[in-house]
Design a protein around this ligand. Structure first.
Ligand code: KIV
Length: 276
């Protein structure tokens, strides 16, 4: 099968109601980040249900240490490219740090701009009870929202870095209350990041909306990974990410072969040159 021939059955285009229908059927949702048109087209053809233009673009693609410096102006060109290249997947764009925390009005202005300029299907934002008014305002304006709970990278300074959240009775209750708050505010799905397996299972069972885990065990309604972790693009990847390929090493080898062939003049050869 060619890289751009989809093996996928199911809806021609994944729409918001398909997320809830998948949960009701017990069908898992597959989600991966994408930051450009090339990878978005490949992941879309592979049958990804959801593509996330994550603010992880900051550390994954732009060389920042965290997601905190990422701006709306960083997100928009990436989101446009992903949306343009996607035929089937539901495309979600992160609202970056500083673009929604001030309140519902700020969140609405950011999300409306993103919707008008990108072709996204939904936005994602971090926080539970504290972000519920923003989720309600966007939902009321017709903008689907995916919430993000557990380890929330935009709060990494407050959380003390990437650490498992929801350990201990009080933390579990807090997480469950956050999950209820985002669902009641109208969120269409919720990402659970770095949460103990049994806590994620409990939230998933209680929630009417799909939960999408990352480092949250196998009982969520779907899974998301940062694509470079999943594809082995870098030497290090988080403990919760399975490496489905070693593309970083393969790409370095290809680049080394190219350097060698340019240096020894074996490329370009006749086959890759034009007659007059
Ligand atoms: O930005 C991102 O990549 C994310 C995932 C970790 C869920 O939010």
């Amino acid at each position: 099968m060619s890289a751009h021939t989809s093996p996928v059955q199911g809806p021609k285009r994944v729409r918001v109601h398909h997320l809830a229908e998948a949960k009701a059927r017990g069908e898992k949702l597959a989600m991966l980040t994408a930051y450009d048109a090339v990878t978005a087209a490949i992941f879309d053809a592979a049958g990804m249900d959801v593509l996330l233009v994550g603010d992880s673009i900051g550390n994954v693609m732009h060389g920042h240490a965290t997601t905190i410096p990422v701006t709306v102006d960083d997100m928009i060109p990436a989101a446009r490219a992903v949306a343009r290249a996607t035929k089937r997947a539901f495309v979600v764009i992160d609202l970056p740090f500083g673009s929604y925390e001030a309140g519902p009005q700020q969140a609405l202005e950011t999300a409306v701009r993103i919707f008008k300029e990108t072709g996204a299907d939904a936005v994602k934002l971090e926080g539970g009870v504290r972000s519920a008014p923003q989720i309600r305002a966007l939902t009321d304006a017709g903008i689907p929202v995916v919430a993000h709970l557990g380890y929330t990278p935009q709060s990494e300074n407050l959380l003390g870095g990437p650490r498992v959240q929801g350990r201990g009775d009080a933390a579990v209750e807090g997480l469950a209350a956050d999950a209820r708050a985002v669902e009641d505010a109208g969120a269409v799905a919720v990402v659970l990041e770095m949460v103990p397996v049994d806590v994620a299972a409990r939230i998933t069972e209680a929630a009417r909306i799909p939960t999408i885990g990352i480092g949250a065990g196998p009982h969520c309604d779907g899974q998301v990974l940062v694509w470079t972790d999943m594809a082995g693009m870098t030497a290090w990847s988080p403990r919760f990410a399975r490496r489905y390929a070693e593309l970083g090493a393969a790409l370095q080898q290809a680049a080394q072969d190219y350097v060698a062939e340019v240096k020894d003049s074996s490329f370009p050869d006749e086959e890759h040159s034009f007659d007059k």
